[in-house]
Unconditional design. Structure first.
Length: 370
């Protein structure tokens, strides 16, 4: 168990320790004596108080049982429970009071009103199609770092470790541009007069640097395999962060902190086309001996799917990828495959005829004709 003091603590915690050894009891004092009344400092229970004066937290056996000597309890805005000593003979709190006491972070206490967070939240929620903006920003960030047209890669797992760390920077840069945000003087963004950092993860663990402590952070996540993304906002006060830090001094958002995130969007993001293909089809495409044959393999093995121009370039791995795709029309028509490009008005009508009404101007489509 960990007994932790909040920065605004004005009183002491009194804990009785019951070890598992029968009949053995000891009293652990966790106090700041200089903050207690004079007559309380002289109490017999404070004999060793000075030993703990400089402590902000004390770790003890997690299997022990703790009882609190007080009936005076208030919940602090920071999310910790404040237990007031009664300045009389020590008295156990009754069972009902103990159920409402917590020496740990209080996950049920409401967060204090945060005007800055509210202003940033409302500013961002006023953006039209916020989910679309976030999803497209993540998709573009992934694609630019994967760099399929030059490398032939198609997923994050194929990146080098150093490349993976750059994804977060890409998301920050592209998201700031797409949301038309000003650059902050200290952190990534300036939103409604507030410094706001952007942190990205492909999982659910955000690392928070020292300079962002006490500040607002946009917490962004995106996953190619699930095809989902989300963005929330959280103020990085100590109560929402882990105690430990890595070698760079960065801390993680704690489990309790994650429960306090104000989520702005949570939903689907543009899919990773190559990742969504069956393994066999993808292998045939990516192992083709030339760019021209790779394009043919793509249209043969991905019929009935909208194909972004970036995928054409990724597969062809040459500057004239669009030319190779146009040339495939005649070749594949002989095989009973219709190749269409939304750049051309006559082809757009075919897109619609096949049931595709939402597409980009440079999307491609292949459909079997027999």
């Amino acid at each position: 168990m960990l007994v932790r003091f909040s920065d605004s603590l004005e009183v002491a915690f009194f804990v009785q320790w019951e070890q598992h050894l029968p009949g053995l009891q000891m009293r652990l004092m966790c106090v700041r004596p200089h903050e207690l009344p004079e007559h309380f400092r002289r109490s017999h229970v404070l004999q060793s108080a000075s030993f703990y004066e400089s402590f902000s937290e004390i770790a003890v056996d997690t299997d022990s049982k703790a009882d609190i000597f007080s009936q005076h309890v208030t919940i602090l805005p920071c999310g910790y429970t404040n237990v007031y000593p009664i300045c009389m003979e020590d008295t156990f709190a009754n069972e009902g009071d103990i159920e409402n006491m917590d020496l740990f972070q209080n996950q049920t206490s409401p967060a204090p009103f945060d005007q800055g967070l509210t202003q940033v939240r409302d500013f961002l929620l006023a953006k039209p199609d916020l989910l679309g903006i976030v999803g497209r920003a993540i998709r573009r960030s992934f694609d630019e770092v994967i760099d399929g047209p030059r490398t032939g890669r198609f997923c994050i797992e194929q990146l080098e470790k150093t490349e993976k760390t750059y994804i977060g920077t890409k998301v920050e840069i592209i998201l700031r541009s797409e949301l038309s945000l000003e650059r902050g003087q200290i952190l990534d963004n300036m939103i409604f007069g507030h410094e706001v950092d952007t942190k990205f993860t492909v999982g659910s663990n955000w690392m928070i640097p020292r300079e962002a402590l006490g500040q607002l952070c946009l917490l962004v996540t995106g996953n190619d395999h699930s095809g989902r993304c989300a963005m929330g906002i959280l103020r990085m006060v100590p109560e929402v962060l882990t105690i430990g830090a890595n070698q760079d001094g960065k801390k993680s958002v704690s489990k309790s902190g994650k429960s306090q995130i104000t989520w702005l969007v949570d939903g689907p993001m543009p899919r990773n086309f190559m990742l969504d293909l069956p393994d066999v089809a993808r292998t045939v495409i990516m192992t083709a001996p030339s760019g021209r044959q790779a394009i043919w393999a793509l249209f043969r093995n991905a019929t009935g799917r909208l194909i972004p121009r970036a995928v054409i370039e990724q597969v062809a791995q040459q500057k004239d990828a669009a030319k190779r795709a146009r040339e495939s029309k005649q070749v594949l028509a002989a095989e009973g495959i219709q190749v269409l490009c939304a750049t051309y008005m006559e082809d757009r009508a075919e897109f619609v005829r096949h049931g595709f009404t939402q597409f980009n101007d440079d999307d491609w489509l292949s459909m079997p004709t027999r």
